[in-house]
Design a protein around this ligand. Structure first.
Ligand code: OAD
Length: 245
């Protein structure tokens, strides 16, 4: 028991020391980072995909079948997310960006909370829930207001959709390439609040391990990569990220 406690506290000390020495830091975040801002995750207890079928709500086929249902899901999330505020984990990442020479924050989250907290160099791998785009023409807009009629339509007559990435769709142009470059250049790679089940985002973790970065995982639960990373720190990101500063 004693040895285990020592090992855990060493992991914190080593991770903190590696982060303090780092010149180039990349971070991958997932839904867990926003959990303490009151936004449900996807796969943990109470997560969306525990109660709903992602095939119905987060695929182009689901949208084609029932656009109103999909829009109702996203509109409810937009309403919840509009009330959410960045938490201490988001803030700690802003501080890390301020301290290091090169910093890239790669997020799977669509809630915009990293940018709201003040993070600058953010790659939104899965899009942005505050953007809406036409499924036919090039029209898009940023819109945080509640939408009166669902589904909304474009002036061109086609339907509008949330500018998020659904399963089976391409990531935004250049996003994974920029994320890969950041991971390859990183001395330290922090992976926080993701179950690491969804690719290509999850593939950045073994990439970081292979290129020799120190990889710090932050999650209350173990993931498939916990054994491979340099330090797997168990706990909520709103507590652990500030403690690494
Ligand atoms: P998941 O819901 O799959 O995983 C959330 C992770 O956060 C889990 O491993 C939890 O253990 C962890 N977690 C829970 N509370 C936490 C806390 N307070 N602090 C830190 N970690 C915590 O969410 P993602 O990995 O982000 O994509 O899911 C990836 C993608 O799958 C999402 O972007 C979304 C989803 O389907 C699309 O919709 C395309």
């Amino acid at each position: 028991m004693r040895a285990r406690v020592l090992k855990v506290s060493n992991a914190f000390d080593h991770a903190r020391a590696a982060l303090r020495k780092a010149r180039s830091v990349a971070v991958l975040t997932g839904a867990g980072v926003s959990a303490e801002s009151g936004i449900p995750t996807f796969r943990s207890t109470g997560g969306y995909w525990r109660n709903f079928r992602f095939e119905d709500l987060a695929t182009p086929e689901g949208f084609a079948r029932d656009p109103k249902l999909v829009w109702e899901f996203y509109e409810a999330r937009r309403r919840d997310m509009s009330l959410a505020k960045p938490n201490a984990g988001h803030q700690a990442l802003v501080e890390i960006e301020r301290r290091v020479e090169t910093f890239t924050l790669i997020t799977q989250n669509i809630d915009g909370l990293h940018t709201l907290a003040g993070s600058k160099n953010v790659i939104c791998l899965h899009g942005d829930i505050w953007k809406i785009r036409c499924i036919r023409c090039s029209y898009s807009r940023t819109d945080r207001e509640p939408l009166a009629d669902l589904p909304p339509y474009c002036k061109c007559g086609a339907m509008l959709r949330p500018a998020v990435v659904w399963f089976g769709e391409q990531l935004p142009e250049g996003a994974i390439e920029a994320a890969t470059r950041a991971v390859l250049a990183a001395d330290v790679f922090i992976v926080a609040g993701t179950s690491a089940q969804v690719y290509p985002a999850a593939g950045l973790i073994p990439l970081a391990v292979r290129q020799g970065a120190k990889v710090i995982e932050i999650n209350p639960e173990a993931t498939d990569f916990s054994e491979d990373v340099s330090w797997s720190l168990r706990g909520p990101s709103a507590e652990i990220l500030p403690s690494l500063l």
